[in-house]
Ligand binder design. Structure first.
Ligand SMILES: Cc1ncc(COP(=O)(O)O)c(C=O)c1O
Length: 386
């Protein structure tokens, strides 16, 4: 017996990474020493204070009951405190909702505000959840905002027809381009959203993975943002705990309430013990500067970044040193799928830019979530491939 998928499933675009993933599986089963520079999952461990807190909190039977859909009060209070310490932004507890990782919140927010055929502005290239898990699976219409190199990978709001637009996603520090945004451009985004009554969903998952003294802003630091914006955060990348599934959304009260209402019909809050770990993690911040653990973590990543970018440039590829994220967005001088497939032949996995949208064509995303020796070896293999 076979069943028909709902139309919204059939509307999802073809999964462009399927062919690449098939080759990766084959290579691995043949025992090929494949260097994976393709996934956005840190190889470094969570700090020991996280592991110790997790052990202690998970051993407490009281922490195994359902949590509130909006999250535990002490978790929300810690998020309020973190926003004040880190961004000097004032929030109240009812402007915070706990998430099972920010991906879940980014997908569920559309359920609260998007009706069939509503337009949703999504960056292109982008993390695919905005267009797929969020917009298409809510029967909305994803309208691409090209992120072009000549514009610093920022959207050009003047070129956008906003008439049917109900929601917009933005993400800086950006995956996959690793671009960052300054407050002047954030203000343009907020003004554009306000002028056109658009819900502004700001994905700040990489705000803490920064280099060379750069500090990523929160959109909520911008005048007027609290009227239109909800910001998504996660402990995944900051504390190397992608599998623990803990994040949060904050901002405009009505937007947070809408997301909370949807979530209360779909899931319960994240495990209480994970929320307690998050309280401990966030309270590590005592000022604007990153806490010690993060400074050490980012120093390791920064050295890897320098090695990767310097070597790629020596080989002849054009790419910049990113100020944030663990991605390098490389001009691969042609068809990105062919580039990635050719590199698999020499045992290096990278992500073809076209998988992030049509404006990603001509680029590849290379991650530095591998030790320096492996990155050096991967670069040698890349040099030998072309
Ligand atoms: C831009 C961006 N946003 C959000 C996420 C989701 O992270 P999580 O669901 O682990 O919080 C990712 C994960 O790769 C990402 O790259």
């Amino acid at each position: 017996m076979s069943f028909e998928y709902a139309d919204r499933i059939n509307r999802l675009p073809p999964y462009l990474f399927a062919e690449i993933e098939k080759i990766i599986k084959e290579k691995k089963s043949q025992g090929v020493d494949l260097i994976s520079l393709s996934i956005g999952d840190p190889d470094l461990p969570p700090p020991s204070f996280i592991l110790e807190t997790l052990k202690r909190e998970a051993s407490d039977p009281k922490n195994h009951n359902y949590s509130f859909s909006q999250g535990e009060p002490d978790f929300r209070e810690a998020v309020v405190g973190w926003y004040k310490t880190r961004f000097n932004v004032d929030l109240q507890q009812d402007q915070v909702v706990a998430l099972l990782g920010s991906k879940e919140g980014l997908a569920n927010i559309a359920r609260a505000f998007i009706n069939p055929s509503d337009h949703v502005l999504v960056p292109d290239p982008a993390y695919p959840v905005y267009a797929n898990g969020s917009t298409i699976l809510c029967d909305g219409m994803a309208v691409p905002m090209p992120l072009l190199e000549e514009n610093g990978f920022l959207p050009n709001f003047e070129a956008i027809d906003a008439r049917q637009v109900k929601m917009m996603f933005l993400n800086y520090p950006n995956n996959p381009t690793a671009a960052t945004i300054d407050k002047k451009h954030l203000k343009q985004a907020v003004d554009f959203a306000k002028d056109n009554r658009i819900v502004l969903c700001y994905d700040n998952a990489y705000s803490e993975i920064t280099y060379d003294g750069y500090q990523a802003p929160s959109i909520l630091e911008i005048d007027g943002a609290m009227d239109v914006a909800v910001e998504f955060h996660s402990l995944s990348k900051t504390f190397n705990m992608t599998g623990d599934r803990i994040g949060f959304a904050v901002g405009n009260k009505q937007l947070v309430a809408g997301l909370t209402k949807i979530k209360s019909q779909i899931d319960s809050g994240p495990p209480v013990y994970t929320q307690k770990v998050a309280v401990k993690a966030l309270s590590n911040y005592t000022g604007h500067q990153p806490p010690e653990f993060l400074q050490r973590n980012n120093q390791i990543l920064q050295e890897r970044r320098d090695l990767l970018v310097n070597t790629l440039c020596q080989i002849g590829y054009k790419c910049d040193k990113p100020k944030a994220t663990f991605y390098v967005w490389v001009n691969c001088r042609g068809d990105s799928m062919k580039f990635a497939t050719r590199l698999l032949d020499v045992g290096v996995a990278v992500t073809p830019g076209v998988g992030f949208g049509k404006y990603g064509e001509g680029y590849a995303r290379i991650t530095f979530t591998q030790p320096k020796e492996r990155i050096a070896e991967a670069c040698q293999r890349i040099a030998s491939a072309f």
